[in-house]
Ligand binder design. Structure first.
Ligand SMILES: *Cc1c(COP(=O)(O)O)cnc(C)c1O
Length: 424
């Protein structure tokens, strides 16, 4: 075991060698509910939200949880009850917000490929803002709004061309990726948006990437966005709100991102210094609200020693935990109960028939078949990306609240998976 702090501490902790989530033993939860099992800490979610709320106390600001990070209804319910709005990227996500008790008037809709049907659905529900990502989308959205007898509130997502210094697949604010409107085209697009009858310009937004672990890229993006706001307003188009997206990183493996309140203290100071103090603010954090609020419990099925590699085969796989296969991402893997025996170095892999189905490489673990492990930092971009590949049912999910546990998703059966299918 390493000496690094446990991701998710203090909500996840080791007590006399046994891993706990809040007041409950993870071993007991694995036995009761089976594996693979996602376990979320409600206190950890609220604890991750708190620094944002603290930073924005007294400001005209709203946190919109970027729900693609984890869109399970029970998770959305926690954030809705805590006063969050939501950042959605599909009509399906809007349906989830409403099913979880969220308010459409607190929803903003991001994404480069909104369909006409999704635009109509969101207009009918009365969402707060469409974050538009191309000129063509402005025209179509205006047309759809006029056909519904509505006016669509819009913000344009600008691409500030800053390097967030993160994995290329999760960096979104650089030239040459598909997101947002290039910095130099922004003013023209705003003037165009302001001329369209079906649209009302309400804001500006940017989102530069994900798992960002320093303040620098945010400050750079802020300055570029404020330069644009000055130019757009000078041209006669008022910008009501500023939306700085999400992207703040979490500790997966000793990473040290700034705390949300410290980061925002810096950003708010810069806003003040540039004369934008008091302007309405929106943010869209995803990973930083849920990533370290969840773990995935899994059983060790077999140990398979080899000439070059030893394999530890567990019952969770790339369909449950896609991040290692997709991004070569690192998740800590912790035995639920510490063993006194010597550790062996394993590649921890799942049962899926792909060499890409690995969860952790070269991990030193003291485990035997039948033991359980926790894949840490599994609250974000795991269940929401889960698939049924190999006809594996999606895992069950539970939410821990102190010494209580709520089942928020029952394990998916083969029947569930086949329900929409028909024989010829
Ligand atoms: C994914 C996404 C977010 C959330 O990103 P995190 O890194 O999870 O905070 C916010 N805004 C937009 C537009 C996104 O696509």
């Amino acid at each position: 075991m390493t000496s690094l702090t446990l991701p998710g501490a203090p909500y996840f902790s080791r007590r006399e060698g046994v891993l706990f989530c809040e007041e409950l033993s993870l071993q007991a939860l694995a036995r009761q509910h089976g594996t693979p099992l996602f376990v979320y800490s409600k206190a950890a979610m609220l604890g991750a939200l708190a620094p944002y709320q603290k930073a924005f106390a007294g400001q005209d600001a709203q946190v919109h949880y970027a729900m693609k990070a984890n869109s399970s209804l029970g998770v959305l319910q926690v954030f809705a009850q805590a006063g969050c709005g939501f950042d959605i990227v599909s009509g399906g996500e809007l349906a989830r917000v409403l099913a979880a008790g969220g308010q459409a008037s607190q929803v903003i809709f991001s994404g480069v490929g909104k369909t006409r049907a999704e635009m109509r659905q969101a207009l009918d529900a009365g969402i707060a803002c469409f974050n538009v990502e191309s000129e063509a989308e402005l025209d179509v959205l205006s047309e759809v709004a006029i056909s519904c007898g509505k006016v669509a509130p819009v913000s344009i997502r600008v691409n500030p061309n800053v390097d967030p210094q993160t994995h290329p697949y999760i960096s979104t604010g650089l030239k040459g990726n598909k997101f947002g409107i290039a910095h130099e085209d922004t003013l023209r697009c705003y003037l165009h948006a302001a001329s369209l009858k079906g649209l009302k310009v309400v804001g500006i937004d940017c989102h530069i990437g994900s798992q960002i672990t320093s303040a620098g890229p945010y400050l750079d993006a802020l300055d570029k966005v404020l330069d644009l706001v000055e130019a757009i307003e000078a041209a006669g188009v008022p910008i009501h709100h500023l939306d700085f997206g999400g992207g703040l990183g979490i500790d997966y493996n000793g990473d040290t991102p700034p705390a949300a309140d410290a980061l925002w203290a810096q950003l708010l100071a810069r806003l003040d210094a540039r004369g934008f103090g008091g302007r309405r603010l929106m943010i869209e954090p995803g990973r930083s609200l849920v990533g370290n609020a969840g773990v995935c419990l899994s059983e060790v099925l077999f140990l398979k020693p080899g000439e070059q590699k030893n394999f530890c085969i567990i019952d969770a796989a790339m369909n449950d935990l896609p991040r290692p296969a997709m991004y070569q991402a690192f998740h800590r893997i912790e035995p639920l109960a510490a063993r006194a025996t010597a550790a062996t170095v394993y590649d921890v892999v799942g049962p899926v028939c792909e060499s890409g189905d690995w969860i952790g490489r070269d991990r030193s673990l003291a485990v035997q078949a039948g033991d359980h492990v926790a894949v840490m930092s599994a609250g974000a971009y795991c269940m929401s990306m889960a698939s049924n590949y190999n006809t594996r049912g999606r895992a069950a999910e539970v939410l821990v609240d102190g010494d209580k546990v709520h089942i928020i998703r029952v394990r998916e059966t083969a029947q569930d998976q086949m329900r929409a299918e028909r024989l010829v």
